[in-house]
Write a protein that binds this ligand. Sequence first.
Ligand SMILES: [Fe+2]
Ligand SMILES: [Fe+2]
Length: 271
Amino acid sequence: MRILFLGDIVGRCGREVVLSRLPTLRATLALDLVIVNAENASHGFGLSPGIATDLLNGGVDVITLGNHSWDRRDLIPHISAAPRIIRPINFPPGSPGNGSVQVELADGRKALVVNAMGRLFMDPLDDPFRCVTDLLTRHRLGVTTQAIVVDIHAEATSEKWAFGNVLDGRVSLVVGTHTHTPTADHRILPAGTAFQTDAGMCGDYDSVIGMTKEPAMARFIRKMPGERLQPAEGDATLCGIMVETDDATGLARRLAPIRQGGLLSQTLPDF
Ligand SMILES: [Fe+2]
Ligand SMILES: [Fe+2]
């Protein structure tokens, strides 16, 4: 299965780079499954139902979220009826929506997508390790599903590395989100799980993690609340990772980063 995962979409320019390039990428890379993290898609904070619908109609199969899941309150009544939008699995019991979704491709193959949130330097939540390993007692890679992708939305690189190693051999891909910065450590772990600490963001990198520079810099310098943060709206880079898995085992065969448009060095998977 050929899977594309794109990191946090930030603001209008992030949405536009994804929606404008995805149809061509789907075709040229022969993608079977496209997953995006969209927790910052609506003006940097949260995801509106309308934008979620645009993404799902524009070539995205599953949307993941994170600590900004409920910034747009209108998503709360919408998410229960939109199973392809998932929020972290370790949110409190009774939270709206689900932390995972099993999707069936047009050819009948199945993929499970899971969203979890780290706890180091983030809001206290249930144990993401236990929540995901509990879920995986009901889903067996290569048996009940051809692929399993886990978005670990976390601040600390250590927690994400630990997550990848705990799940090594049991899922196809563990990819980090939330730091909005792509890491160069994409690799296949010893038991066959593809891993990258952070997919990076789809947004304008002439910014502070996607937000306009001046107010963001002022917060650090003055240590006072200031102007509201706004998404930067220059040329955006589409940023993420592509993985090809073996349908028989569900494990990763190869992976490569993708960066298209905007400021970052450009790269496209060559398989
Ligand atoms: Fe984010
Ligand atoms: Fe986040």
